[in-house]
Design a protein around this ligand. Structure first.
Ligand code: GLN
Length: 216
């Protein structure tokens, strides 16, 4: 299966010039909408729907006007080119993914580069366990009661992140791109066609990171 990444080089490594990065959200949105209309035929978007905030991701993708599959079976997983792994509880989600025969397929598809992943919080933890080139420390920002929404440093204007028992990204490979930071910590990273976020855009109706992912 060809890599889910699409032919036109909208983004090249180290050169992040997507219109999403302009100051105009409307312009960015128009760009993304055209982009989807042109290329949606090649993409099949899934959300891992075993546990956690999968409903919010499904709603967000539907709000973008795109079709989305809830992935709970190996057959559903094999039909998608893009998979969103939600926040939740990473140990539970991994156990369920193993039980539902999804984990090995995921590992294989990451290795042969036939799927693009977008993980939020627990999803980012699972991505690090799928041998993506970054490491995380779980629950590094404290307990549930320390949950917060904060402004992030990013080229994306007014980007905020909702952190709930979030992991910290502790190590990244040189070819991993940092798209947003909280203080000095990378909190949104991109590697090839994948994105990992330690926070929850889906809980505060932030759609631009999903759009960015779908354009990679
Ligand atoms: N603390 C959770 C874990 O380690 C992640 C929390 C979240 O996804 N909001 O799995």
């Amino acid at each position: 299966m060809p890599r889910a990444g699409l032919e036109p080089a909208i983004l090249s490594a180290g050169d992040f010039k997507s219109p999403v990065y302009t100051n105009s959200t409307t312009e960015a949105h128009a760009y993304c909408t055209n982009f989807y209309m042109e290329y949606n035929q090649y993409m099949k978007i899934g959300v891992l729907a075993l546990q956690g905030s999968f409903v919010e991701h499904v709603q967000l993708i539907e709000k973008l006007g795109l079709h989305v599959t809830e992935v709970r079976t190996a057959a559903a997983l094999s039909s998608v080119t893009h998979l969103i792994i939600p926040g939740g509880e990473s140990t539970t989600m991994r156990k369920l993914a193993e039980q539902f025969n999804l984990w090995n397929q995921l590992m294989k598809r990451v290795t042969d580069d036939s799927i693009q992943l977008f993980g939020t919080c627990a999803g980012a933890i699972l991505m690090s366990q799928l041998n993506m080139p970054f490491s995380v420390e779980r629950n590094a920002y404290g307990a549930q009661t320390m949950s917060c929404v904060v402004s992030l440093k990013s080229n994306i204007s007014d980007l905020r992140g909702c952190f709930i028992r979030a992991p910290k990204i502790t190590k990244i490979a040189p070819d991993v791109q940092v798209l947003a930071r909280h203080k000095f910590d990378p909190v949104c990273i991109r590697w090839r066609g994948h994105m990992a976020l330690t926070f929850h855009p889906e809980l505060i109706h932030e759609m631009r990171l999903h759009e960015l992912f779908l354009g990679l």
